[in-house]
Write a protein that binds this ligand. Structure first.
Ligand SMILES: [Ca+2]
Ligand SMILES: [Ca+2]
Length: 254
């Protein structure tokens, strides 16, 4: 419509004032259209922001770490980390890569045992490893076959009464392969925010698969130190953290 008016103006040579009137009309309508577009976009942006906020409120939590200590029986020569217990074993680990161990740990002591829970979450059997236990081993002289380690046995339970154990069986001590023992795989450094997703391929730590025990869902994880000796106050397994890889909101307690 506006284009046709302008073409008519040019082709039939209407007086300049008439053309000016058309131009003014075009400008006014264009401005009005632009304002309407701006208003529409602003409303659209506002709606999008509302949607984002709604999604954030209802979105599924992307990372879960142990958030409660159910019990702790310290072994002989324990003590390190007690001044910050229980926080020192809750939340994400503070890994330092292959060549250094976290100091944000609790030493269990010789034969010590600790049981933790994930707050309102259960670990479930999904693809591959389902949870990771983080100790503070490191490679002596940067050698993956010369590991400073302190081993522990991991057990899991759905109800806190019946326990299932991943046997800590040494596969090959010559090449430092300790199978399903915890406490020998180094922990990588990573930052955890709301969008962080724990990945067994990159996080390090000792990863466990519920499928290996024929289990589908558990609520509690127990760590039992296997040391036979050690110096006070840092004897035994040094627990940094436990992270869930596959998890779900817990159903009501049994
Ligand atoms: Ca699994
Ligand atoms: Ca820690």
């Amino acid at each position: 419509m506006l284009y046709s008016k302008a073409l008519i103006c040019l082709s039939i040579g209407l007086v300049l004032s008439a053309c000016g009137a058309i131009e003014t009309e075009v400008e006014a309508e264009t401005k009005a259209e632009t304002e309407t577009e701006v208003e529409t976009e602003t409303e659209a942006e506002a709606e999008t922001e509302d949607e984002v906020e709604d999604e954030a409120e209802t979105s599924i939590q992307k990372n879960v770490f142990a958030s409660e200590v159910i019990s702790f029986e310290a072994g002989e020569a324990a003590g390190f980390g007690m001044d910050e217990f229980p926080d020192v074993v809750l939340g994400p680990p503070e890994g330092k890569g292959n060549n250094a161990g976290s100091m944000d740990v609790l030493s269990l002591g010789i034969g010590g045992t600790i049981t933790l829970g994930l707050g309102g979450f259960d670990v479930v059997d999904g693809p591959g490893p389902d949870f990771i236990v983080f100790e503070n081993p490191f490679w002596v002289n940067n050698s993956p076959t010369n590991i400073w380690k302190e081993l522990a046995e991991i057990s899991v339970s759905e109800d806190g009464e019946t326990w299932h154990t991943f046997p800590c069986t040494v596969i090959d001590e010559q090449v430092d392969d300790y199978g399903d023992c915890a406490g020998w795989r180094t922990v990588q450094a990573f930052e955890v925010d709301d969008d962080f997703v724990l990945d067994p391929q990159t996080a390090g730590g000792d990863a466990f698969d519920l499928a290996d025990l024929g289990l589908t869902q558990i609520r509690f994880i127990r760590i039992h130190d296997l040391a036979e000796s050690g110096a006070t106050p840092s004897a035994g397994f040094d627990l940094d953290a436990i992270g869930a890889v596959n998890f779900t909101l817990a159903t009501a307690a049994q």
